[in-house]
Design a protein. Structure first.
Length: 227
């Protein structure tokens, strides 16, 4: 028996959510995550979203079927452990929930997670390594060329010390300001230029003005989001 329907049915479309009463949120969310992050479906494609929806509904049905014998088994075990007693409402609910979780775990493992083969994992790892290598190479080229504006595109290797300085000097600033500030401070460290140590350091206002100017010229969609 499926859990009570949630108002937020994960990534399923509204049509699919309405089509199946009691859609399991975990099944919906995990199906979306695996098929998008690992299998490569496009969450913005209508056709791929329909594929995700159908797969979630298929897994929901398999879970409902698998939960039935597990529920009966749990009921039999309870009766054996409590001879002559009648299970309370909470005993029944607990048995149903336990059976559902076990069935869901089994179905997701066999039908969904198994789609992420070792070959897919290796391929994604390789792509991630190639992307990291390209980012490192681009940052190196910009550093060696002494590009004074590379901080504006965050094309600077991150430095933990830069994060600490920004936290100390501009803690109250919005997230996007702090992200640019980290890049600017890291760049200045690479170029052996002065960086502020406290908010009272005169150069802190100078750098803040540079960052504010860049934000005015290229405003982010949301200044409170650091990417």
């Amino acid at each position: 028996m499926a859990p009570v329907n949630e108002e937020t049915a994960g990534p399923l479309s509204e049509e699919s959510t309405e089509a199946v009463e009691g859609i399991d949120v975990t099944i919906a969310d995990e199906t979306f995550r695996i098929l998008v992050e690992w299998i490569g479906l496009d969450k913005d494609s209508s056709a791929d979203r329909e594929t995700i929806d159908r797969e979630a509904l298929r897994l929901q049905g398999l879970t409902e079927v698998a939960a039935q014998p597990l529920e009966r088994q749990a009921s039999e075990q309870w009766s054996q452990s409590n001879p002559g007693k009648t299970p309370t409402y909470f005993d029944v609910v607990r048995a149903k929930e336990t059976a559902w979780r076990a069935a869901r775990e089994m179905v997701l493992s066999q039908e969904l997670y198994s789609q992420v083969t070792p070959q897919i994992v290796a391929q994604i790892d390789q792509l991630a390594q190639e992307a990291d290598s390209e980012i490192d190479a681009e940052q190196t080229r910009a550093r060696e060329a002494h590009d004074p504006d590379r901080w504006k595109s965050l094309n600077v290797a991150p430095r933990p010390i830069a994060g600490k300085i920004v936290h100390r000097v501009w803690l109250e600033k919005p997230a996007w300001f702090r992200q640019l500030a980290k890049a600017l401070v890291a760049q200045r460290i690479e170029d052996d230029q002065r960086v502020p140590m406290t908010a009272l350091d005169p150069i802190a206002d100078e750098l803040a003005e540079m960052i504010e100017k860049e934000i005015r010229l290229n405003p982010p969609k949301d200044p409170n989001v650091p990417f």
